[in-house]
Design a protein around this ligand. Structure first.
Ligand code: 1GP
Length: 249
């Protein structure tokens, strides 16, 4: 097992659940991203995710390097496509968009990215990425040209997650998409959690610590927030998220 996946599993064992902060290179410049990264380290965040659905920034590589230096935290790419690779990252969520039926996001982008990931020695964490309907058409839905799983189709979500685990994925990521107006329903989280043995990441549209705590109680092993901190860079809110997520179970 790679050291970053091991770190994540240790976090889950020791703290009950982990807190991941997503830095979107299209919404930050290097300076503000580095500030967010160093605040994250002070606020007991467990790792940083970096990525977006549609990378417009030409500063991905230096940004990953800067947030790594500023935080000392594990930096994990959460890619939207095969060009979202940086030699400075510790790991990459090797996301397969299993809720969709677009071959590019099931295997095509992976083939394009694989040689570079290998060359740089970046730890790849095979992850089943499941888009759940979140009240708006998010960038990930539009860019991937896939249909999210309807919020009331819990059984369909569960079947996808089981399939992901049976295919050998190491984590399942339930995602409503950045800026979603509704986060992943707790019913889906608990039903999926009951049927899989691999860790469960939940993100998209989580706007306050209380909501994050509910997701952990429902079965989330890792919570991801992006927008809510990017807008405010609010250190005390970040600490509140971390303490609720780490103390909920
Ligand atoms: C993590 O994509 C998300 O899964 C981030 O979503 O920006 O809505 O927090 P938010």
């Amino acid at each position: 097992m790679g050291i970053i996946l091991e770190h994540l599993l240790n976090v889950k064992d020791q703290k009950g659940a982990g807190y991941l902060v997503l830095i979107d290179p299209d919404k930050q410049d290097i300076e503000s991203a580095s500030k967010l990264a160093s605040l994250s380290a002070e606020a007991d965040v467990d790792a940083l995710l970096v990525g977006s659905s549609f990378l417009m920034s030409d500063k991905f590589d230096p940004m990953v390097q800067s947030i790594k230096q500023a935080s000392g935290l594990p930096v994990i790419i959460s890619p939207g496509a095969s060009n979202h690779i940086s030699r400075y990252a510790d790991a990459i969520l090797f996301l397969s968009l299993i809720s969709g039926r677009n071959p590019e996001f099931l295997i095509g982008e992976h083939v394009k990215a694989a040689p570079m990931i290998k060359r740089y020695g970046i730890e790849a964490i095979p992850t089943g990425y499941m888009l759940i309907e979140g009240g708006i058409c998010t960038s990930v839905q539009f860019i991937s040209a896939t249909m999210p799983i309807p919020r009331d189709k819990t059984d369909i979500a569960v079947a996808h997650a089981i399939a992901g685990e049976l295919l050998g994925m190491k984590m399942i990521y339930l995602e409503c998409g950045s800026g979603a107006v509704q986060s992943v329903p707790n019913e889906i989280i608990s039903a999926v959690k009951e049927q899989i043995t691999i860790p469960l990441i939940v993100g998209g549209g989580i706007v306050n610590p209380k909501e994050a705590g509910e997701k952990v109680r429902a079965g989330a092993d890792f919570i991801v927030t992006g927008n809510v901190l990017e807008k405010s860079g609010n250190a005390s809110l970040m600490r509140e998220f971390a303490s609720v997520i780490h103390s909920t179970i």
